[in-house]
Design a binder for this molecule. Structure first.
Ligand code: SF4
Ligand code: SF4
Length: 230
């Protein structure tokens, strides 16, 4: 029984390499990382602080799916990689600052105290642990690096329920609500039970109420060939 971990250290080798390690049965993936580091390979680098699904720091890709390493029991043949769409610092450690800067773009980070107080009414969105699993699962990020991404949009929804939400709605029109494919991968990935896809659908409704419409609508033919006339 073994797992494969994608290793990367640009100081030694500019290309990543896959390395195999035995599975320590009965342990979580994060506990396996710790065991590997303390008994087999002290050079393995990874994040993991709380070990109980609270801090969100240990998220990685397992066979292409984002998971919290502290909540996952590894299986024979699993392939472990750093989170998609993040700059890799070393091995499984990534730089999350680029992703979290999208919160600033949508101004969902800098909210007034009064808004934060009201926002507590939306408890489920408040439980986000910034693990980036939803972001790493989103196929739109592969084709549009400027897409705001699911966790910023779910926070935008959290704040859009406030009385004065016009600025939030305005800021999510470009590379935001209309660029989502509604595939639901973000919802499946979230360890906190947050549903970014539903939040994005709600934001679309709010956008329409604010006078916006789907910019893709103009390009849809609905199966009709208007060049032939009627
Ligand atoms: S539903 Fe939208 S935001 Fe969520 S993963 Fe799919 S494309 Fe990305
Ligand atoms: S919405 Fe869920 S998956 Fe996305 S960062 Fe927050 S806790 Fe993680």
């Amino acid at each position: 029984m073994k797992i494969t971990i994608k290793r990367f250290d640009k100081r030694k080798e500019p290309q990543s390499i896959d390395m195999n390690y035995p599975i320590f049965e009965g342990l979580t993936l994060l506990e396996n990382f710790i065991k590997i580091k303390t008994t087999l390979d002290p050079t393995l680098s990874f994040n993991g602080v709380c070990r109980s699904g609270v801090c969100g720091s240990c998220s990685v890709m397992v066979n292409g799916k984002a998971v919290l390493a502290c909540s996952y029991k590894p299986k024979d043949g699993d392939h472990i990689e750093p989170l998609n769409y993040h700059e890799v610092k070393r091995d499984l450690i990534v730089d999350k600052s680029g992703v979290q800067s999208t919160l600033i773009t949508a101004k969902t980070w800098l909210q007034s105290d009064a808004k934060k107080e009201n926002a507590n009414k939306v408890e489920v969105q408040s439980s986000c642990i910034l693990c980036d699993s939803c972001f790493a699962s989103c196929p739109v990020m592969a084709v549009n690096e400027n897409f705001l991404g699911p966790f910023t949009l779910t926070k935008a929804y959290r704040y859009s329920i406030q009385g004065d939400n016009r600025e939030t709605i305005d800021l999510i029109q470009q590379n935001g609500v209309w660029d989502c494919t509604l595939c639901g991968e973000c919802t499946l990935a979230c360890p906190q039970g947050i549903d970014p896809k539903m939040d994005i659908m709600n934001l679309r409704s709010r956008s329409v109420q604010a006078g916006y419409c789907d910019p893709n609508f103009a390009n849809m033919s609905f199966g009709l060939d208007f060049t032939q006339g009627f």
